[in-house]
Design a protein around this ligand. Structure first.
Ligand code: SAM
Ligand code: SF4
Ligand code: SF4
Length: 388
């Protein structure tokens, strides 16, 4: 099959590096802001475009088959390159880094990268909030080394507790028990207590007609464990998952379903730009029962949260994407590999962020569907390429 992505790569690599090297303007409050006034706070870094799962909503088997052209090793950013870029992002106010993929734990010696990132500091001299999203398949083996390297916490994706449903959804026949063992290992390694009130999270993508019957068993399983279970609306990311609106189960329905069995009360957001709406389990008096904990819902489809989206994404090969639904990235790797100075790269990042207008989820209903028939450079990037 044609590797659509490599065609896109050619299209974006042609942008001259010099075009980015303009002086950064900083707003009156001292913070970098985009065209809609949004600061740069989070950086998500994809460390591999490969995965050992084939979740149909992300890497359907028919597309990501044995002939699929993954990135060659030489085009991946090295750990040193990633750390350098991350340091320059921190200068612009980034406080949180999430490692993702593909499956990030497939990247060899990831602990070495974590050690390097853990040594970075925010503008006010604090360590960065360092986290990782994983399918959990390799977590049992790696949790202790990740923690020792300086990882603060981890988010594990798990779409159900029923083994048959889970095996079907990951589409590689991977057993649910191994992911649960990974979650336990993460907790035992201390990845559940980051000292800042954050901890272990479990993300479940809900697809109507596929796994909504798993919502209540998941709630019963994780309630009172200290693990925050979050439900994600099935999104139209990429161009290959055959997304249909009628397969989205709106978060409002998820909350209603849970509330009928486990009364909930809405909680305030912990930080600005938080993607999840928080709901606490209520006690008999209708107050938040902290021992029972909380759940979250991420309503990217039915309730856009673009207005305070402060996330940038760095692809495996060093392209900066300003939105999960972007079609084009900005090539930072060519700046790095043509010998640009820190000041030039920092300035380029600032300039790119200041030009940002992206708010795809707010505009979704006005846009046509994205399909594999669109021309290179017009298709949305795949989630496995820029990470979640
Ligand atoms: N492989 C890792 C994992 O699954 O956690 C990290 C990468 S994965 C792309 C990051 C997150 O994106 C996962 O929680 C996954 O469930 C979510 N995701 C992928 N495709 C999605 C889709 N179409 N809609 C909603 N969430 C999606
Ligand atoms: Fe792999 Fe994560 Fe995508 Fe599933 S969601 S295919 S585990 S990258
Ligand atoms: Fe941010 Fe784009 Fe998602 Fe809106 S659609 S919240 S801008 S990533």
């Amino acid at each position: 099959m044609i590797d659509q992505r490599s065609l896109e790569r050619v299209a974006t690599l042609t942008a001259p590096a010099a075009a980015f090297t303009q002086t950064t303007r900083i707003n009156a409050n001292g913070l970098l802001a985009d065209r809609l006034g949004r600061p740069l706070h989070d950086l998500r870094i994809s460390v591999t475009d490969r995965c050992n799962f084939r979740c149909s909503y992300c890497m359907p088997k028919e597309v990501f088959d044995k002939d699929y052209a993954y990135l060659p090793h030489g085009s991946l950013l090295s750990f040193e390159e990633i750390t350098r870029v991350a340091r320059l992002f921190a200068v612009h106010g980034v406080r949180k880094i999430r490692l993702t993929g593909g499956e990030p734990l497939l990247r060899k010696n990831l602990e070495v990268l974590i050690e390097q990132l853990a040594a970075l500091r925010t503008v006010d001299g604090q360590p960065l909030d360092l986290t990782l999203t994983t399918n959990g398949s390799l977590l049992a083996r790696k949790a202790r080394a990740l923690k020792a390297a300086g990882l603060n916490r981890v988010t594990v994706s798990l779409d159900g507790l029923d083994d048959a449903v889970f095996r079907r959804m990951n589409d590689v026949d991977f057993p649910v028990a191994d992911v649960l063992a990974g979650i336990e290992a993460a907790r035992a390694a201390g990845l559940g207590q980051d000292g800042k009130g954050g901890g272990l999270k479990v993300n479940m993508v809900v697809k109507r007609g596929t796994n909504e019957q798993e919502i209540l068993p998941m709630v019963r399983h994780f309630k009172g464990t200290g693990i925050v279970l979050r439900f994600i609306e099935y999104m139209d990311v990429g161009a290959t998952n055959g997304w249909r609106m009628d397969e989205v189960l709106p978060s409002a329905e998820v909350v209603q379903l849970i509330h009928a069995e486990h009364p909930l009360i809405q909680l305030d957001p912990t930080v600005a730009g938080e993607t999840a709406e928080r709901w606490g389990f209520a006690d008999a008096a209708g107050r938040h029962d902290k021992t029972a904990g909380e759940i979250g819902v991420i309503s990217s489809v039915t309730q856009a949260f673009c207005h305070d989206c402060n996330r940038a994404r760095l692809s495996t090969e060093g392209k900066l994407y300003l939105c999960l639904f972007a079609t084009q990235g900005h090539d930072l790797r060519s700046l790095i590999r043509t010998g640009s100075s820190d000041a030039d790269i920092e300035s380029a990042i600032g300039h790119i962020w200041q030009g940002r207008r992206d708010r795809y989820s707010e505009l979704r209903s006005t846009m046509g569907p994205d399909t594999t028939t669109l021309a290179p450079g017009q298709r949305r990037v795949e989630m496995s390429y820029i990470g979640g």
